[in-house]
Write a protein that binds this ligand. Structure first.
Ligand code: SAM
Length: 376
């Protein structure tokens, strides 16, 4: 596919579908051409988000242990291809693809076979879903918006079969907070949180008073697209600001690691989680225990996420004398300020860096005095 082959009418129709932002009545992919056009444009943008997530996972020194991958809700299969290309096809034995659209499954399988000729590529069968076979790495990308309640429940049960989960969603308030709800439930069922969090505590986005906040980040699109008239045309027609690529994500695994005790919120702020005691959450925990989870019923600590690391949420705002940011760490969410004169080099770095914003600060209360990025 090249820009000369693009069918703008297909992209316009898909845009209408995505904009509706609610569970769809059923599969909407009409032909392989739909998927080819999506993959080249919308899918490529999603690929840039995955690239940034994979950068962060490298920084955190994490890679999955399992050799099998399931890309659920695969669409054109961009998530599976990005992850396998980044981690090396030799790291995996098999890729399974699933989408309720058979056209999408076929397209994604063909594309994956083309990209990784030695990899065993399959489409999931009903037997796969009713079975108990472990899933080495479960990939989920931009699916939450489209799932009715029943499909979410199925997804929760599938998560329980996974040894690791990488999940990328749009960085909107609503979807990010839904993803946070999954974090809370999975954290209580034997998964440790690899990223974006630098701690294992309850997500502070669910603390009382934080209803307007949401966990999201911005990925850098490749610089050359801004001078590319085709991408500019796509941005106009799709109503997308190409400079802004907000995303939310979650990386979880069941790796055994020395436990770091959860830190309680020193301000005594009540953390209202997304109902971890709901019957469905209990069912997930019970399944995890039955599946031989390494940490049933409790959060394992992350050796990769020392408690003194911080993750910056959203963007750093720069003003003349200081920079301001929303910081998440083991003590919760805090608005911090870095006076420019405290560390001019750090101030400039925060303005320019495209890297995921994982830092170790030197702080005095809410003032940052200095700090260094996680170097990987
Ligand atoms: C926005 S697309 C994302 C596709 C792909 N994961 C990506 O990131 O590019 C959402 C995908 O979820 C699929 N989907 C929606 N509801 C589903 C369900 N109940 N079961 C399986 N797939 C579903 C759609 O067919 C579509 O391919």
């Amino acid at each position: 596919m090249t820009w000369d082959d693009i069918d703008w009418s297909i992209l316009d129709r898909l845009r209408g579908t995505f904009l509706s932002g609610t569970p769809t009545g059923g599969p909407y992919w009409q032909s392989p051409e739909d998927l080819a056009n999506y993959d080249f444009t919308y899918g490529e943008r999603i690929g840039w988000k995955w690239d940034q997530v994979l950068r962060e996972l490298r920084l955190r020194g994490w890679r999955p242990q399992g050799r099998t991958v399931l890309d659920w809700g695969c669409g054109s299969g961009i998530a599976g291809r990005r992850v396998i290309a980044a981690l090396g096809a030799e790291s995996f034995d098999a890729l399974t693809l699933w989408d309720h659209s058979p056209v999408a499954c076929d397209y994604a399988a063909d594309a994956a076979r083309h990209a990784f000729p030695r990899l065993s590529v399959h489409q999931a069968t009903p037997g796969y879903f009713s079975g108990t076979e472990r899933i080495g790495l479960l990939l989920l990308s931009h699916v939450l918006n489209e799932l009715p309640a029943a499909a979410r429940d199925e997804l929760r049960l599938l998560c329980v079969r996974a040894d690791a989960i990488l999940w990328v969603e749009p960085g909107t308030h609503d979807v990010s907070r839904q993803l946070g709800g999954f974090r809370e439930q999975l954290r209580g069922s034997g998964f440790r949180v690899i990223a974006p969090c630098t701690h294992e505590n309850e997500c502070p986005m669910f603390a009382l008073g934080r209803e307007r906040d949401w966990c999201h980040f911005f990925a850098p699109p490749p610089a050359e697209i801004f001078a590319d008239s085709n991408w500019v045309k796509f941005g106009h027609r799709a109503g997308i600001d190409l400079r802004s690529l907000p995303y939310a994500f979650l990386a979880l695994d069941r790796h055994q690691a020395p436990a770091v005790p959860p830190v309680s919120d020193p301000r005594g702020v009540e953390l209202a989680t997304l109902d971890p005691n709901a019957p469905e959450a209990a069912a997930v925990r019970a399944e995890a225990a039955a599946a031989g989870s390494e940490h049933p019923g409790g959060a394992a600590g992350s050796a990769l996420a020392p408690e003194d690391l911080s993750r910056v949420i959203g963007r750093v705002e720069h003003f003349k004398p200081y920079a301001r940011l929303l910081n998440c760490d083991a003590t919760g969410l805090n608005e911090l300020e870095l006076p420019k004169r405290a560390d001019p080099a750090l101030f400039k770095q925060l303005e320019r860096t495209k890297a995921p914003l994982v830092y170790r600060w030197r702080r005095e209360g809410k003032r940052i005095l200095g700090g260094s990025p996680l170097a990987g």
